[in-house]
Write a protein that binds this ligand. Structure first.
Ligand code: PMP
Length: 306
């Protein structure tokens, strides 16, 4: 693999990435029957720290529960595997990818007979949407692919199969020269980006897009709590795309994207058409929080070296 994963937690042991192999008959490879997480560890004054690890481990377990997958590990065991993997790879910051998947015992659609496997990989990963998207603001385009309705796919689960929807939307947006896709739900309300939740700011109030078919983002929850701590009124709301066009600011949030300002949607400039002041301030504050520089939020960090 071209990915620089170092040692991977695989079946309860740390093994070199080249040795962490699976069968081509793996059920998950054929049907997308896996669940995963995306977590980050940041460099802090006390060594690397994982941001909101217990919440991510719980969401992994919840994702499995949603698709009916039995998980042979507790949240504590998942936390332990993540921390051990980081410790043994010796990076001060990384992106963390835990994955649970059905193995190669049977290729029938029903995975009842298939073993559940677990791995944790850590990767070096910088700014997800690029430095320019942060400086200038990202250019979004409304996707022709709608977010899967809740009675078609279990969108609260980070299940592998669900991500075909994100892949199609992101490919379409990037292929047309935009930075990211804006996915609407089947009624036309704003759902989320291909891997980010959406916020807008209007008249000094911060509006997170309300929960419906969007993922219950951990960064979304973090940003709401930071905004409340900063004294900004926060009102979760449903919104149509045109409501975003006329917002003062729009930004996207996610573990990978962190806080990324949006400068245009469907070629209409948002606010000044540049990265918004509040969005940049929120990005700066978020990066301080994840780096352990804000004592109020230090409880969100799991320090790798204790
Ligand atoms: N929506 C989707 C579809 C995602 O894949 C992600 C990334 N996990 C998010 C939103 C943001 O979630 P989080 O802040 O927990 O990373």
């Amino acid at each position: 693999s071209a990915l620089d994963a170092g040692l991977i937690w695989f079946e309860g042991e740390l093994v070199p990435a080249a040795e962490a192999k699976v069968s081509v008959l793996t059920h998950a490879l054929h049907y997308g029957t896996s669940v995963f997480e995306g977590i980050r560890a940041y460099k802090t004054a006390r060594g690397p720290a994982v941001f909101r690890l217990p919440e991510h481990s719980q969401r992994l377990i919840d994702s499995a529960k949603i698709i009916g997958m039995p998980v042979p590990y507790s949240a504590d065991e998942i936390n332990h595997a993540v921390l051990e993997t980081i410790r043994h790879n010796g990076r001060d910051a990384c992106y963390i990818r835990p994955l649970l998947w059905y193995g190669a015992e049977s290729l029938g659609v029903n995975p009842g007979r298939n073993r559940v496997h677990f791995m944790v990989a850590t990767l070096p990963w910088g700014v997800y949407l690029g430095e320019e998207a942060i400086r200038e603001g990202a250019k979004l385009v409304t996707s022709s692919w709608r977010r899967s309705p809740g009675d078609v796919m279990p969108t609260k689960s980070k299940a592998g199969g669900n991500y075909i929807n994100s892949v199609l939307a992101n490919q379409e947006a990037r292929g047309s020269g935009f930075d990211e896709a804006l996915l609407l739900d089947k009624e036309g309300f704003v759902a989320e980006g291909s891997g980010e939740n959406i916020f807008f700011l209007k008249g000094g109030t911060l509006y997170p897009i309300a929960h419906s078919v969007n993922l219950r983002g951990i960064t979304r929850d973090t940003v709401i709590k930071i905004a409340e701590w900063m004294g900004t009124p926060v009102v979760p709301t449903m919104a149509t795309r045109d409501e975003l066009y006329t917002a003062d600011e729009v930004f996207m949030v996610g573990t990978a994207a962190e806080v990324t300002p949006v400068s245009s949607i469907d070629r209409r400039p948002i606010g000044t058409g540049k990265a918004g002041e509040f969005s940049l301030k929120m990005r700066e504050t978020y990066l301080k929080v994840v780096s352990g520089e804000v004592p109020e939020f230090d409880h969100w960090l799991s320090y790798v070296n204790g």
